[in-house]
Design a protein around this ligand. Structure first.
Ligand SMILES: Cc1cc2nc3c(=O)[nH]c(=O)nc-3n(C[C@H](O)[C@H](O)[C@H](O)COP(=O)(O)OP(=O)(O)OC[C@H]3O[C@@H](n4cnc5c(N)ncnc54)[C@H](O)[C@@H]3O)c2cc1C
Length: 336
C-alpha cells in the first residue's frame, strides 16, 4: 500500500476529536461519526428552555506536561480560563473545608466550547449512531448505522466512545472488545435547577459529604450573565445513590435531589423556575485499563477514551493523542 489511508472515528467526545485533530493532514480522508445532535459527549451542555447548564464535567485539572501545553494553547485561543470560584466541602449545611489550592479550568463560555472548537477542523457527521462494523477480507471496514444504512468504507477505524459501546462494536476484535468489556463505569444522576432569585450562598460549588449528593455547583455562565438575575445550579448525586436509584422515575429522583440540596446548603426551600434531570448511565470508569489506547495492527482498528487512562478530561485528551500517535506509526509502517 502506498497511498494515504482513510480513517473513521466513532464518537465526537474529547478523545475522538483530539485524535481527529492530531491526524488531520496525515490521512487521505478523516470522518468523525457522532450519535448525538452535537459533539461533546460527557462535556456537552444541557438546555432547558431559556436556561443552560454544564450537566457533565464541571471543570478540569492539569497534571501531565503535554496536557499543560494543550491547555496553554486553549487559553491563548480564549476557549478556557482558570476557574477562580470558591469551592468548599459541606457537611450537614456547614462549611467544613475550603479549597483555595487546586488549580481548576473551565470552558469559556461553557465546557462544550472546547469540543466545538476542535470540531470546527473536522469532517463531522452528527446524529449518526454507528452500530455495525464489517471487516473486509481485502482490508478496511464498512460502517453501518442502527437502521443498517451504509455509512462508508474506511481503511482504519477508531472507536472513541465509552467502554461499553467499544465492547459492543468490537466483538470481532477480542483483544480490544474484552479489555473494554472489563471496564465498569459509575452511574450519575445530574439534576439542574434554575431559581428566579439568587440563592444566598457565598460559595460557587461544593463537594457534599454525608448526603445523596456528591457535588453542587452554580453554573458560571448564568452567574456571569449580568441582569439575568437567575441562579442556575447543577447537582450530581453520589455514585452509590445514583446506582441505587438508576431505574427510578425521573420525577422521584428530581424531588429527592432537590430535597437533599436544601438539606446540604441549609436554606429554606424555594420553588425552582425550571427543573431537569439527566442520568449518565456511563459516567466515569472505575477501573481504567492503564494503557493509553488500544490498536490492532492486523485489522487496523483502535479504541481510546478516558476508560483507557483516567476518569477525567485530561485522561480523555491524552488517550486521544496516544491513539493518533499509534495510527501515525501504523501508517508509516504500512502506507509509506
Ligand atoms: C457527571 C460527570 C461529571 C464529570 N466531572 C468531571 C470533572 O469535573 N472533571 C473532569 O476532568 N472530568 C469529569 N468528568 C469526566 C469527563 O467528562 C470524561 O472523562 C470525558 O469527557 C470523556 O471523554 P471521552 O471522549 O473519553 O468520552 P465521551 O465524552 O463519552 O465521548 C464519547 C462520544 O461517543 C459518542 N458515541 C457513543 N456511541 C456511539 C456510536 N455508536 N456512534 C456514534 N457516536 C457514539 C457519544 O455520544 C459521545 O459523544 C465527568 C463526567 C460526568 C459524566
Amino acid at each position: 500500500m502506498d497511498s494515504k489511508p482513510s480513517v473513521a472515528i466513532i464518537g465526537a467526545g474529547l478523545a475522538g476529536l483530539t485524535c481527529g485533530t492530531a491526524l488531520k493532514g496525515m490521512v487521505e480522508r478523516l470522518k468523525i461519526f457522532e450519535k448525538s445532535i452535537f459533539p461533546g459527549g460527557r462535556i456537552s451542555r444541557f438546555r432547558a428552555g431559556e436556561y443552560e447548564f454544564n450537566h457533565g464535567a464541571q471543570y478540569f485539572t492539569v497534571n501531565h506536561p503535554l496536557f499543560w501545553n494543550i491547555v496553554s494553547a486553549w487559553q491563548s485561543e480564549g476557549i478556557v480560563r482558570p476557574w477562580d470560584g470558591w469551592i468548599v466541602e459541606l457537611q450537614k449545611g456547614q462549611i467544613i473545608n475550603s479549597d483555595m489550592v487546586t488549580q481548576r479550568f473551565i470552558g469559556v463560555p461553557r465546557m462544550q466550547t472546547i469540543v466545538e472548537s476542535l470540531a470546527r477542523h473536522c469532517d463531522l457527521s452528527t446524529s449518526t449512531n454507528i452500530s455495525e462494523l464489517e471487516h473486509q477480507e481485502s482490508g478496511g471496514w464498512r460502517l453501518f448505522n442502527e437502521r443498517g444504512d451504509y455509512q462508508g468504507a474506511f481503511d482504519i477505524v477508531i472507536i472513541a466512545t465509552a467502554a461499553q459501546q467499544v465492547a459492543e462494536l468490537c466483538g470481532s476484535v477480542p483483544a480490544i472488545g474484552k479489555a473494554a468489556d472489563n471496564v465498569d463505569m459509575t452511574v450519575c444522576w445530574s439534576a439542574m435547577f434554575a431559581f428566579d432569585r439568587p440563592l444566598n450562598l457565598p460559595y460557587d460549588a461544593a463537594f457534599v459529604l454525608d448526603s445523596p449528593l456528591s457535588w453542587i455547583s452554580r453554573y458560571q455562565l448564568a452567574a456571569g450573565d449580568a441582569g439575568a438575575g437567575t441562579d442556575c445550579w447543577v447537582l450530581h448525586a453520589s455514585p452509590e445513590w445514583s446506582q441505587q436509584y438508576a431505574a427510578s422515575f425521573r420525577g422521584r429522583v428530581m424531588n429527592a435531589m432537590l430535597h437533599a440540596f436544601w438539606e446540604a446548603v441549609d436554606l429554606d426551600e424555594q420553588k425552582p423556575a425550571s427543573t431537569s434531570v439527566h442520568c449518565w448511565k456511563h459516567a466515569l470508569p472505575i477501573n481504567p485499563i492503564s494503557e493509553d489506547s488500544l490498536f490492532d495492527d492486523a485489522k487496523a482498528i483502535g479504541a481510546c477514551g478516558d476508560w483507557c487512562t483516567s476518569p477525567r478530561i485530561e485522561g480523555a485528551v491524552l488517550s486521544g493523542f496516544s491513539m493518533a500517535d499509534r495510527v501515525m506509526k501504523y501508517i508509516r509502517k504500512n502506507h509509506a
